[in-house]
Design a protein around this ligand. Sequence first.
Ligand code: LLP
Length: 410
Amino acid sequence: MTFFKYHNGILHAERVPLPVIADAVGTPVHVYSAGALRHTANRFMAALRHLPAARFAFAVKANPNTAVLRLLADCGYGADIVSGGELRRALDAGMAPSGIVFSGVGKTDRELTDALDAGIGQFNLELEEEGHVLARLAESRGVRAPAVLRVNPDIDGGTHAKISTGKRENKFGVAITEAPDMFDRLARLDGLDLHGIALHIGSQLADLKPLEAAYRRVGELVFALRSRGHAITRVDLGGGLGIPYRSGDAMPSFDDYGAMVSRVTEQWSVGLTFEPGRVIAGLAGLLMTRVIWVKPGVAHPFVIVDAGMNDLARPALYDAFHRFAAVTPNGDTMVANIAGPVCETGDTFGMAQTVDLVRRGDLAVFHATGAYGAAMASSYNCRPLSPQVLVDGDTFAVVGDRILPAELAA
Ligand code: LLP
């Protein structure tokens, strides 16, 4: 189901024609659909709700926009955070502290302290020493920090190397083989309420098999820890499900995922936590841009648009594909290279692509930018941070202002 459709030849976000947003706000602009966010957030939950004591923590890194987080909080989501800044965002959006999970391999003492003071629901420990530091900080405040140990199951998620996190050589989690003895030592600390395990093997996973293999390893660990006398009451299964960026991409359905999780975790007797990011927000956003030039090239022309790698870094970082389409297509196509204005050859969104014919001044979009789009924006080349708009039905609101380089200048 898409909430971005053509009506009378004009691409709309829900019932708002995109040219109306371009006229009001300018380009480039990130546009989100509230309907799409709600629909996907509810469907994801519905596919997993039958699981015991399921909790849902949206991975804030995918889309930290406060209006988006508020909407997801209304749908019953907590937050998976990785920094003090994300903690602030989640709290500002009205997320209950008890629904906040703190992941991340480099939490500072300041961040741990702030999260303790906020009373968050779960710390995901990434190394043994972090457990000792957190326990000391908690004890000095007269509290016990709710914590789980993140393990690295040494499974290749089969995704891009830069977003793979579950292999032994990656920086995340503790080796699953060392987890039992480490758990024994950490569970003795008075300042920790250590009650579970977490894992996350990577993002944009197109296949459930590596996830299932990783979950099975964690299942064995749950039973091994119980046999050592530990009460294991929660497993955090992370995020990672992929979305179709290309029309032919086949991705696991939420129901297939739910069925796999049920099958694998049936005997675990734990509450389950999920940390989805991309699957919730990815298809709920697009980046609207205006064509500055159609410049002749050697094999194909360059369509130079006013959005750059500073607005959408994924193609430059991971060779990611985001479908380019005209807002008012005339039915003709062209083969072109799509590029931004930033002074790097890597500021290219696609080479030799067959796309809608566009001319100077036309509006166009990059699809599926709702996750890791604005979230990863920068002001490189002293470009503004682009505004963000949330459409709901036939209305829209600016939920993130354009931030000019002068406002960022040091
Ligand atoms: N939990 C943890 C501990 C994570 O590290 C991540 C993502 C998630 C949950 C959410 O994963 P998701 O459901 O979104 O796949 N910037 C990259 C993606 C980086 C993902 C990092 N961790 C991209 O644009 O593809």
